[in-house]
Design a protein around this ligand. Structure first.
Ligand SMILES: [Zn+2]
Length: 389
C-alpha cells in the first residue's frame, strides 16, 4: 500500500464537501469561505440544508457565529461523511492518454541521456474500482486521527492498483472530480463485493497505525492508573501518620486528665480531648475511604480509565468511482551525444510503466539509482555498467 491517503485538512473538507453536495444536487453559492447551500426537496439524503450558511474553517471554533462550521471533525462534516457512506455514490471516469501526461519512469531521469519523445499507443481498456474511504481513529477522551484514503482494485481480478489510487487522489485534489458523472457503472452486486475487497485492503493498510495508536493509548491509560494509585497511597500514608499523631495526643490528654489536681484543669483537659477525638474521627473516616478506594474502587476506576482510552476505528466508504483506463505501449526515445534509441514499455494510464527494464549488459534493474545510459550497441545501467562512472 502506497501513499494514497490525505489528512483531512480544511482543503480536503472543502473538496469533499463540494463534490459530495454537488453529487446530490445541492446548489452552492460560494462567497469566499462562506457558502450558502440548499438541497432540492427530491434529494435522497437525510441532510437538510435550506439556504444554510456554511463556513469552511480549519477548526470549528473559528467559524462565524451566524454560520454552521464545516471543518475537519465538525458535526456537519461527520454528517456529510455518514450520508456519503450510506449511499457510497458511484461515479465513473475514464483516464486516457490524452487527459494525463505520460508518466516518465524513474530510470529515464538520467544525466547521461535526454528523453526526446514519449508516445503512448493505447490498445485496450481496463476497469478498476477506486473507493475513497473516510477513516476515523478516535478515543472517547480525545480525537486521534482522521484521513481519507483511496484504494483501487482491478474489477476483473481484484488485484490492488495502488498507483491508480494515488493518481485518483491527485486528480481529485487538482480538479475536483465530479462524483456523479454518468457512465456505465458496474452491477450493484459486483460493486458491493469489490468495495468489501477494498475495505479489507484499507484495514490491512491502516492496522500498523491503529496498533501504534492503541499502544500509545494503553500506555496513557496505564500511566493515568499508576498516577492515581500513587496519589491514593500517598494520601493513605499521610492520613495514617495523622491518625497516629492524634491518637498519641488523646493518650497524652487522658493522662493529663487523670492527674489533674483541680476541677478547672480537668474540665479543660476533657474539652480538649473531645476536640481532638472529633478531629481523629474525621481523619479515620477519610482514611477508610482512601483504603476502600485502593482496595475496591480502584479496579472500577481503572476500567473507566481504560474505557476512556479505548479506540474506535471507523472506516466508511464515501465514494466509489469506476475508473476506466487505457493500456498499451509507450515508446520512450532517448539519446546522448553519440547514440539514440527508442524503448517500448507496457503502460497503463494513471499507473505508469508496468514492466521492469534491466541493463542489457548485466541484467541489473534500471531505476532512479541506476538510470539508463547508452553504449554503442545497447542500453545499460549508468551505475552498473557505464564505464564513465
Ligand atoms: Zn549493467
Amino acid at each position: 500500500m502506497t501513499d494514497a491517503a490525505v489528512a483531512v485538512t480544511e482543503r480536503a473538507v472543502d473538496e469533499f464537501a463540494t463534490d459530495y453536495l454537488s453529487s446530490i444536487g445541492a446548489t452552492i453559492h460560494k462567497d469566499g469561505r462562506r457558502w450558502t447551500v440548499s438541497l432540492p426537496d427530491e434529494a435522497t439524503t437525510e441532510l437538510s440544508l435550506d439556504n444554510t450558511v456554511v463556513h469552511i474553517v480549519a477548526d470549528a471554533e473559528e467559524a462565524d457565529d451566524d454560520a454552521v462550521p464545516l471543518a475537519p471533525g465538525s458535526d456537519l462534516f461527520e454528517r456529510l461523511v455518514d450520508d456519503a457512506a450510506k449511499r457510497t455514490p458511484q461515479g465513473a471516469i475514464t483516464l486516457t492518454g490524452d487527459d494525463i501526461e505520460v508518466d516518465t519512469p524513474d530510470w529515464a531521469a538520467s544525466d547521461s541521456v535526454e528523453v526526446t519523445d514519449t508516445q503512448f499507443v493505447p490498445y485496450y481498456d481496463r476497469k478498476a474500482l477506486c473507493v475513497l474511504f473516510h477513516i476515523g481513529i478516535e478515543t472517547v477522551s480525545e480525537y486521534q486521527r482522521e484521513l481519507l484514503r483511496a484504494v483501487a482494485v482491478d474489477l476483473a481480478d481484484h488485484e490492488p492498483r495502488p498507483r491508480l489510487a494515488e493518481t485518483f487522489l491527485d486528480l481529485s485534489e487538482r480538479d475536483g472530480l465530479p462524483l456523479s458523472e454518468t457512465s456505465p457503472t458496474p452491477k450493484t452486486g459486483d460493486l458491493t463485493e469489490t468495495v468489501d475487497v477494498c475495505r479489507e485492503m484499507v484495514e490491512t493498510a491502516i492496522s500498523p497505525d491503529v496498533q501504534d495508536i492503541r499502544n500509545k493509548a494503553t500506555r496513557a491509560a496505564a500511566a493515568e492508573i499508576e498516577e492515581q494509585r500513587r496519589y491514593l497511597q500517598q494520601r493513605r500514608d499521610e492520613l495514617e501518620g495523622g491518625v497516629q499523631r492524634l491518637e498519641d495526643r488523646v493518650s497524652e490528654l487522658s493522662a493529663t486528665i487523670d492527674s489533674a489536681s483541680g476541677r478547672a484543669e480537668r474540665l479543660e483537659g476533657l474539652r480538649k480531648r473531645k476536640e481532638v477525638r472529633n478531629e481523629l474521627t474525621e481523619l479515620q473516616n477519610e482514611l477508610e475511604e482512601v483504603r476502600d478506594d485502593l482496595d475496591r474502587d480502584l479496579p472500577e476506576k481503572q476500567a473507566a480509565i481504560r474505557d476512556r482510552h479505548a479506540l474506535t476505528v471507523r472506516i466508511r466508504p464515501v465514494t466509489a468511482t469506476l475508473v476506466e483506463y487505457e493500456r498499451g505501449d509507450v515508446n520512450i526515445s532517448v539519446r546522448n551525444s553519440h547514440h539514440s534509441t527508442t524503448l517500448t514499455c507496457d503502460y497503463a494510464v494513471g499507473i505508469g510503466v508496468l514492466n521492469q527494464l534491466n541493463c542489457e549488459q548485466c541484467g541489473t534493474a534500471l531505476n532512479a539509482r541506476n538510470p539508463i545510459a547508452l553504449s554503442d550497441t545497447m542500453y545499460i545501467g549508468g551505475r552498473c555498467c557505464d564505464e564513465i562512472n
